[in-house]
Design a binder for this molecule. Structure first.
Ligand code: ATP
Ligand code: MG
Length: 357
């Protein structure tokens, strides 16, 4: 709590040894606060923090291990490297604080500078470094004391797009080589997807879902997760008992049914939202009107396939198709949805939430 602001609430996650775990969420959702709690830079009002079975903080017993004794290295959103020092001095600083002998400091600093690719630049004053190089200094400084856990708060967000992508791979390689348990914070879903073993998706101080990149992308458990991780179609529907007694989802005001799996837990008449990603819908040429046949309103070519916006009665649906059979504007298109890719969620009373035009 910051005064009356509850920055994070009922949050519980676990990073496994050697794992690259990412906290992903929009600005202000509590990512930095969570990382600062783990680092010991904030005191939690409730709950516990443990590393490798060692209790670091417990609100009930009042135990609180200070940051410098937590065995964690942290890279901040702003790199916070010291401008009046050289590269070497910046990285040596934590070891000097720990009163490590000079010769050992020299050896350890040069080793870690080598690891982050800065060996040649050890004597350079910090202000004479590029953004990417400053980033590496911050990383080397976080790693030089051999922490058990590495905490990274949006370390790539100040770099330009090309360098950011390059650093993603470097960071991941280095983390794997060192085998260091890492908790990484970002609001960038592509970054989270490429870097992480596991992603914890946060929203408004709470966890929405946690899982592998593939799990949270393909099987999002809430609409928030689905929309935050990529594009999605949402169609309001109603559960109906089919002629053979099985349950189907019927899209509102269209009469189109969707053969979705896992409907057993629903009841006849329930209002739901059907959610699916554009890549789960293929637009095919159709020569007459019918169920799931709409009209192509726009299309764009995107690396190897075509993305469509198709008008389907009252709704618009984003779909994809092969590049060698591009459908023209105003053409009829049949939408083939792969049933296994459809998520079904309850619809809040009054909210229609669909892709209404
Ligand atoms: N020192 C503070 N005093 C009061 N409120 C704070 C303080 N620090 C953070 N907050 C509030 O706590 C909430 C979470 O902030 P936090 O910095 O953890 O978000 P974040 O997810 O890191 O966002 P961003 O992506 O913008 O860095 C926000 O509502 C923020 O305004
Ligand atoms: Mg932050």
């Amino acid at each position: 709590m910051f005064g009356t602001v509850t920055a994070v609430n009922d949050l519980s996650f676990e990073a496994k040894a050697g794992e690259f775990l990412t906290l992903l969420g929009p600005s202000g959702c509590g990512k930095t606060t969570t990382l600062r709690l783990v680092a010991g830079l904030e005191r939690p009002d409730r709950g516990e923090i443990q590393v490798g079975g060692r209790l670091l903080s417990s609100a009930t017993s009042g135990l609180f291990v200070p940051p410098e004794r937590r065995g964690m290295g942290m890279v901040f959103q702003s790199y916070a490297i010291w401008p009046h020092m050289t590269v070497f001095e910046n990285v040596a600083f934590p070891l000097q604080e720990l009163r490590v002998p000079r010769a050992e400091i020299r050896e350890r600093v040069m080793t870690i500078l080598g690891t982050v690719g800065l060996g040649e630049l050890h004597a350079r004053p910090a202000p004479m470094l590029s953004g990417g190089q400053q980033q590496r200094v911050a990383l080397a400084r976080a790693l030089v004391s051999n922490p058990e856990v590495l905490l990274l708060d949006e370390p790539l967000s100040n770099l330009d797009a090309r360098l950011r992508e390059e650093m993603r791979f470097e960071l991941r390689e280095m983390q794997a080589k060192l085998g260091i348990t890492s908790v990484f914070v970002t609001h960038d879903q592509a970054e989270a997807m490429t870097l992480s073993d596991r992603i914890v998706v946060m929203n408004a101080g709470r966890i929405e879902q946690e899982g592998s990149p593939q799990e949270v992308y393909q099987r999002p458990s809430t609409r928030f997760v689905m929309d935050f991780l990529g594009r999605a179609n949402h169609l309001p529907a109603r559960i109906r008992k089919g002629d053979d007694g099985s349950l189907v989802a019927e899209v509102e005001e269209s009469g189109f049914c969707m053969p979705v799996g896992g409907l057993e837990s629903w009841q006849h008449g329930q209002e739901v939202l059907l959610a699916f990603r554009p890549e789960a819908v293929e637009a095919q040429a159709a020569d007459r009107d019918g169920a799931w046949v709409g009209v192509v309103r726009s299309s764009v070519y995107v690396s190897g396939h075509v993305e469509y916006v198709v008008e389907l009665g009252k709704f618009t649906v984003r779909a994809t198709g092969p590049e060698d059979a591009r459908l023209p504007h105003d053409a009829r298109a049949k939408l083939c949805v792969s049933p296994r890719a459809v998520r079904v969620w309850p619809r809040a009373a009054g909210a229609n939430g669909g892709n209404a035009r």
